[in-house]
Design a protein around this ligand. Structure first.
Ligand SMILES: Nc1nc2c(c(=O)[nH]1)N[C@H]1C(S)=C(S)[C@@H](COP(=O)(O)OP(=O)(O)OC[C@H]3O[C@@H](n4cnc5c(N)ncnc54)[C@H](O)[C@@H]3O)O[C@H]1N2
Ligand code: MOO
Ligand SMILES: [Mg+2]
Length: 610
């Protein structure tokens, strides 16, 4: 169950630092991390020389960034320059010697040289630090011995009760009871779906009725707050500017004295203390944009409107300048609080935080901000035919594309989802996988196994093993007909389950039409639906079987109207029909005759192409 884990990879090596040798171990570890934890991120990667202070400094600064895990490679041996364990121990608050022991005992089975490794492992603040050897092979091997314990360690360090409980449940095998569902013998199978067809709008309405927008609030660092929904009004703690500031590079003067000669008394740059000696009428202070005005100054004359009138005897400094224009009172001065008055409301609850919102927060002195909590989401693929994208395929097998597509689709809309693995088309496998997914998540999204096949068992397992209420099991749409939505209670918590069709396009389109609006609604976003425009179709749409179709298309805006060109063959299995699509064109089920002058409802799912 992958929560997003953040990593730093630090290569410690004199020769790599000097560029004499290429760093292979660092990139290899990044690759291993990526393979083992696909939803995680390597946020920092650096090379430092074998210098204890420099290693300590980098470790400390990464710990301050609240990284979950720092992996070092190199400097763990017995040569005089090997000091990584010393640097690590110097900054650790708690040692976790078991990690090094596991690496050592496994490595000894490969080479006796492992006995010379002196790795240190432990915790500082919320960061787990692990020393690995410097050789690429050794680093890779050691990482493979310990990597499966990293998520649990991170959860424990962060006091993440849900993950820890889930891990314990998995260890105790609480999820391994057999399912109550038995695969239907074909002679007893349903030959008609018992689920009535719902229209798309009706289905979305049902989902939203089952959703209570979150009341839970969390406080996060503003660095991580992009796209989150603000849960508080924000008032400025300080005015901006906090002092009278110059808008131009020029000279601060007293306006009343008019144009003409001024003695240049001093110079004040941005960041300087305001000069409290009041300015005389015959004086000017050379000033930079953003610098504080000296007392008494009531205008700034830009340098372009002045000329040099006299220099100091050594010939190095301005002595006098000539103002070529009449200064106007208040000219080129930002008074205190011009941009933001103190104690004024600058942002409102329910604002969705953009880059500029975060800029405002930083300006007015916020380091953390209250936002509405996002639901935890787990994605589970189902199907005996599925293999990882890392694997080579055997007969009858395909690669699981849905899981990665959906994790990344949600990420595009700023929702993090975790990988809940792949279940077999078999009741107990489905039950166990759902049990684990539900233990760790508020919302579970499955793909596959929801249609009419002998081995399409999701709905049955949800009902029989989890007491789920299926709110709908079919929707009148193409792609996406067997889309299923259920709610259930699991360990006293209400959960939402989306059972999406297995066909890759169907899974994506139904995520866009149902899951994303639901997530936005839950997060209290006011705008939770995609914008809709009317567009002309540049070519005839493919024939439908009577269901309304959602064609993937490239939508352009030119000469005052939208036009949409479909992305080739629109089969539900053809994932590449989504590549380059920024719109879904809705063609009604009863559509008969193509006309280039007819417009269609078009849902904009991406940026307009120009
Ligand atoms: N008798 C009927 N058969 C089908 C109907 C129907 O109404 N009556 N509906 C069709 C429609 S429409 C769809 S859509 C599919 C949906 O099927 P399921 O949700 O049951 O999905 P599966 O059967 O498990 O798989 C369908 C298809 O997708 C491939 N797949 C599944 N998971 C993945 C994955 N993670 N990555 C990539 N590809 C995946 C799978 O191999 C199948 O080819 O049912 C029709 N049948
Ligand atoms: O509705 Mo299915 O999703 O056409 O292929
Ligand atoms: Mg099926």
């Amino acid at each position: 169950m992958d929560k997003q884990i953040t990593f730093g990879v630090l290569t410690v090596s004199d020769s790599c630092y000097k560029g004499i040798k290429q760093d292979l171990a660092g990139p290899a570890l990044c690759q291993e991390i990526d393979n083992k934890f696909p939803t995680s991120k390597v946020l920092f990667q650096e090379i430092v020389p074998d210098e204890q202070k420099q290693i300590e400094h980098t470790l400390l600064s990464w710990c301050l960034q609240e990284l979950n895990v720092i992996i070092t490679t190199g400097g763990t041996g017995c040569s005089p320059r090997d000091v990584t364990p010393e640097a690590t121990k110097a900054i650790l608050e708690k040692e976790v010697p078991g990690i090094a022991q596991v690496m050592l005992s496994n490595s000894l089975a490969i080479t006796p040289k492992a006995m010379l490794s002196r790795s240190a492992c432990g915790i500082r603040n919320k960061t787990l630090i692990i020393n690995l050897p410097g050789s690429t092979k050794g680093a890779r091997e050691c990482f493979s011995f310990i990597s499966s314990s990293i998520p649990h360690a991170v959860a424990l360090i962060n006091d993440d009760v849900i993950s820890v409980t889930t891990e314990h449940i998995l260890i105790q095998g609480e999820c391994s009871e057999p399912s109550k569902v038995s695969t239907n013998a074909p002679i007893n199978r349903d030959r008609r779906s018992p689920y009535p067809l719902k229209e798309v709008d009706e289905a979305l309405e049902i989902i939203l009725q089952e959703c209570s927008p979150t009341a839970e609030i969390e406080q996060i660092r503003i660095e991580n707050a992009l796209h989150r929904v603000l849960a508080e009004d924000i008032y400025s703690k300080d005015p901006l500017p906090p002092f009278r500031a110059s808008i131009k590079d020029g000279y601060a003067v007293r306006a009343k004295a008019g144009s003409g000669i001024r003695i240049v008394r001093a110079s004040v740059a941005a960041g300087d203390q305001p000069n409290s000696l009041p300015l005389n009428y015959d004086e000017a202070v050379r000033i930079s944009t953003g610098a504080p005005l000296p007392d008494g100054a009531d205008a700034v004359v830009q340098v372009e409107d002045t000329e040099l009138a006299a220099v100091t005897p050594d010939g190095n400094e301005e002595l006098k300048i000539n103002l070529l224009v009449e200064p106007v009172l208040g000219q080129d001065i930002r008074e205190v609080g011009t941009d933001i008055p103190v104690n004024s409301k600058v942002l409102s609850k329910k604002d969705v935080l953009s880059a500029s919102h975060i800029g405002v927060l930083a300006t007015v002195g916020y380091t953390k901000v209250k936002v509405f909590r996002q639901n935890s989401i787990g994605i589970l693929s189902t199907g005996n035919e599925l293999r990882s994208h890392h694997d080579t395929l055997g007969p009858g097998q395909i690669r699981d594309s849905n899981k990665l597509t959906l994790i990344n689709l949600l990420r595009q809309y700023n929702y993090n989802a975790s990988d809940c693995g792949v279940a077999k088309d078999e009741p107990t496998s489905l039950k166990n996988a759902l049990c684990k997914a539900l233990s760790a998540n508020d919302i579970v999204i499955t793909t596959g196994g929801v249609s009419m096949g002998e081995f399409d068992l999701i709905k049955k397992v949800l009902v029989s093993d989890f007491g789920a209420l299926i709110h709908f099991g079919r929707v009148n749409m193409k792609p996406g007909k067997p889309t299923t939505f259920a709610t259930l209670h699991f360990r006293n918590k209400r959960k939402l389950v989306f059972g999406l069709p297995g066909n890759p396009v169907s899974a994506c389109v139904t995520s866009l039409l149902f899951v994303i609006p639901c997530l936005k609604f839950l997060e209290r976003r006011n705008k939770y639906k995609f914008p809709v425009v009317q567009s002309f179709l540049t070519t005839e749409p493919p024939k439908s079987d009577g269901r309304p179709s959602y064609l993937r298309a490239e939508v352009k805006f030119s000469n005052g109207s939208f036009s949409a060109t479909t992305t080739g063959n629109q089969m539900s299995s053809r994932i590449n029909s989504l590549v380059g699509a920024n719109g879904l064109v809705l063609v009604p089920g009863n559509y008969k005759q193509y006309s280039q002058y007819e417009t269609f409802h078009t849902i904009l799912i991406g940026d307009l192409i120009d």
